[in-house]
Design a protein around this ligand. Structure first.
Ligand code: AHR
Length: 496
């Protein structure tokens, strides 16, 4: 197959907001306990944080991590997780049917975030709680001192404020499964009032209102429109969440989900701008894709989880090579909307639908770790409008291109990065791109992630089954880049 990519140095889509390489840690399964925090582990530091996991997260270069949920946050009392550990109560977590011991909480998370080289994106409980709690937690975290909650923080050993800049106004409030689920009108009002009082407490914060839990929600569209009608003035971002699965074992259809994601993002942008026009507003509402990933492998197993257990194995998807291809394609899709998607969180980060897994004896990288690592590290700077001329195939979402591709340009480093997925399961693709404008550039690196078996996995015993290799075939001659993309493969081509 042959494809052509067209870019122009002056034709810039937007800056890459580094927060699109965010992730997510929820109090769920073994994400916190046994994931990032395990005091009894030989890998733990003096605070009980797993050093080996921190090291893998640092390599991923994740600038922001959403916390503490997810569905969990909709029943959470953050006060249970601060202060002396011996006095912290255990509680039932109704979201996941488990017991939460609260031995890890807000302050431990902030300490951990520093060590992992990341920042917090904090969610407030707008399920079982409301605007009073939302204002108290902002006061606890961000007010320097001299007030009830800021002094409480100081008494817990945190003299300086945490200064958390990005806040989620609840989680998936459109979902009937959510504790304190609301109608769009109810949620829009509470988001507006919680948001207003939170910004009164700290005017420097930014707020994310809940959009839809997936494109497939019946209320999609109506929800976004109604919520923004109520809270447009108070918020900065609207969220969207999307997970995909290959339940029918149909790989081409599974990989075509990038088309669905593209449509989802474009639709949310349209609704935001529709409300903007109706309200004659100047400001734009941008998007926070604050949960996205592949999630389905663990669904059956999770039905067997014993109720009220502590730290069970939950949502422990073991990812395969085709999942890595879709993750790459989803990241490329997000980059292609970099003008409006300013935050995105791979859900999640450790053990729970995660790129990193742990046991008592090791931490290892799942297949999906690699596209995330490569795009997060090299996809910085500005995104070029990337016109892709590729053969297509029919899918449930319409015509799907065999090639997913985007290019970024880092002016500081004087580099150009090409990210590409060849979705064809049996044919190599020749990709060409006229780069005469980038005089003097050469191919510096061409990293390939491929495997003959789309179902190949990385496990503790075999952690290196699917790994990237710097052995791609490409050249830049007479200003034209020609790259050969083997069937089913992901590529990061760096030019300088
Ligand atoms: O990430 C797992 C769960 O998926 C989150 O708790 C919830 O927000 C979503 O439904």
């Amino acid at each position: 197959k042959k494809s052509k990519v067209v870019v122009d140095k002056e034709f810039i889509l937007g800056e890459v907001d580094r927060r699109i390489y965010g992730s997510f840690i929820e109090h769920l399964g073994r994400a916190v306990y046994e994931g990032i925090y395990q005091p009894e582990s030989p890998f733990a530091d003096e605070q009980g944080m797993r050093r080996d996991v921190i090291e893998l997260i640092r390599q991923l270069n994740v600038p922001v991590v959403r916390y503490p949920g997810g569905n969990f946050v909709s029943g959470y009392h953050w006060e249970d997780g601060v202060g002396e550990k011996e006095k912290r109560p255990s509680r039932v977590d109704l979201a996941w049917g488990t017991i939460e011991t609260n031995q890890f909480g807000l302050n431990e998370f902030m300490d951990w975030a520093k060590k992992a080289g990341t920042e917090a994106m904090m969610a407030v409980n707008l399920g079982t709680r409301g605007i009073e709690d939302a204002r108290n937690i902002v006061e606890y975290c961000n007010v320097p001192g001299g007030t009830l909650y800021s002094d409480l923080r100081k008494s817990h050993g945190y003299d300086a404020p945490h200064n958390i800049k990005l806040w989620c106004l609840g989680n998936e409030m459109d979902g009937p499964w959510q504790m304190g689920h609301k109608t769009a009108e109810e949620y829009g009002r509470i988001a507006a009032e919680a948001g207003r009082i939170m910004k009164m407490t700290d005017p420097s914060i930014e707020l994310v209102a809940c959009g839809s839990s997936s494109y497939g929600m019946k209320s999609f569209g109506y929800w976004e429109d109604t919520v923004l009608q109520e809270c447009y003035e108070q918020v900065d971002y609207l969220s969207l969440h999307q997970y995909y699965g290959n339940r029918d074992n149909n790989t081409p259809e599974f990989l075509a989900n990038t088309v669905a994601l593209d449509q989802f993002i474009a639709s949310v942008v349209s609704i935001c701008d529709g409300v903007r026009a109706r309200k004659k507003q100047k400001k734009y509402i941008n998007l926070s894709l604050d949960e996205w990933n592949v999630w389905y492998h663990s669904n059956e197993q999770d039905k067997k989880v014993e109720r009220w257990s502590k730290v069970p194995h939950q949502l422990e998807d073991v990812y395969n090579f085709e999942d890595a291809l879709l993750v790459a394609g989803m990241m490329i899709t997000v980059l292609r909307h970099a003008d409006r998607v300013k935050v995105a969180c791979l859900a999640q980060l450790v053990n729970v639908i995660a790129p990193i897994m742990t046991s008592d004896t090791a931490a290892w990288k799942q297949t999906i770790y690699y596209p995330f690592e490569l795009i997060s590290n090299y996809g910085r700077g500005r995104v070029l409008h990337t016109l892709v001329q590729s053969p297509v195939y029919e899918s449930a979402h319409g015509n799907a291109p065999f090639l997913d591709c985007v290019m970024t340009m880092d002016e500081e480093k004087e580099t150009l990065a090409v990210f590409a997925v060849n979705k064809s399961l049996d044919e190599e693709m020749e990709l060409t791109c006229d780069l005469r404008q980038f005089e003097g550039y050469q191919v510096k690196k061409h990293v390939v992630l491929t495997h003959e078996d789309v179902k190949a996995e990385n496990t503790e015993e075999h952690p290196d089954t699917v790994v990237p290799r710097e052995n791609g075939k490409s050249s830049l001659e007479n200003g034209v880049l020609t790259a050969y993309l083997p069937d089913k493969s992901f590529h990061m081509i760096l030019l300088q």
